[in-house]
Design a binder for this molecule. Structure first.
Ligand code: HEC
Length: 215
């Protein structure tokens, strides 16, 4: 085939391949639909979070207003010692958040719900549930229990220990610290650090403690 013929064939093939493209946009694409109807591709739409202009010219949000009394919630980033109870591989010996009376009282409520069935409201561990356990929980007032650091108690609640289940699914980190604060208060209530008390109260408690036996 001479070269000119060759080129003609090429043009012909090219032209042929363009023809079917025309079929993609038929007459209907360009015809205006009947009045009052809008084509899908031309319909107005509002994207989430986008404002919409009302007929009176004011702008209103697209999102629904939250119901009255809704409290905004966004988790505050927390330190790793708050989330784990450990700092540099050592359990912390304090509660790594701000505590107040409400915090402690919430801890008491949660202890009552989640811990008292086994440990008893007073932490002595003598409950109908524990009596049926082969390995009942220890009294939280025992010497070793009082020596537990805040971070260790947090860890036990988070991970469980021996026959005690983890309560991480039931209690948020903050709630676990609330329980820890109550456990510490409970222990202090039965074994006050007499040195920290004012003098008249100190001699009184020391006198009453010496008559009590250690649990
Ligand atoms: C289902 C019963 C049960 C529940 C509920 C429970 N515990 Fe325990 N807990 C135990 C038992 C049993 C042990 C003894 C674990 C062992 O030594 O095997 C224990 C041990 C402990 C210890 C001592 C851990 C140690 O280092 O020896 C602490 C502290 C403790 N529990 C706190 C709590 C707190 C706080 C809660 C509530 C958030 C709670 N427990 C809920 C049964 C329970």
């Amino acid at each position: 085939m001479p070269p000119s013929n060759h080129r003609q064939t090429l043009w012909f093939i090219l032209a042929l391949s363009v023809v079917p493209l025309g079929a993609c946009q038929g007459e209907a694409t360009w015809k205006r639909p009947s009045p009052g109807l809008k084509r899908m591709i031309e319909q107005p739409r509002v994207d989430a979070y986008e404002g919409e202009q009302a007929a009176d010219g004011t702008w209103k949000g697209n999102m629904l207003k939250p119901p009255q009394g809704t409290i905004p919630y966004s988790p505050v980033p927390q330190s790793s010692r708050f989330l784990s109870g450990y700092s540099e591989n050592e359990p912390v010996a304090f509660i790594p958040t701000r505590i107040d009376r409400r915090f402690l009282e919430r801890g008491q409520q949660l202890f009552e719900v989640y811990c008292s069935p086994c440990h008893g409201s007073n932490g002595q561990g003598k409950t109908p549930v524990s009596q049926h356990m082969n390995h009942p929980p220890p009294s939280l007032h025992e010497k070793e229990m009082r020596a537990l650091k805040e971070g260790e108690i947090f860890h036990v609640i988070s991970q469980g220990e021996g026959f005690m289940p983890s309560l991480a699914n039931q209690l948020s980190e903050n709630e676990r610290w609330q329980v820890v604060s109550f456990v510490k208060a409970l222990q202090l209530a039965q074994h006050p650090r007499t040195g920290a008390l004012p003098q008249p109260v100190r001699s009184k408690t020391q006198a009453s403690q010496s008559t009590e036996s250690e649990p």
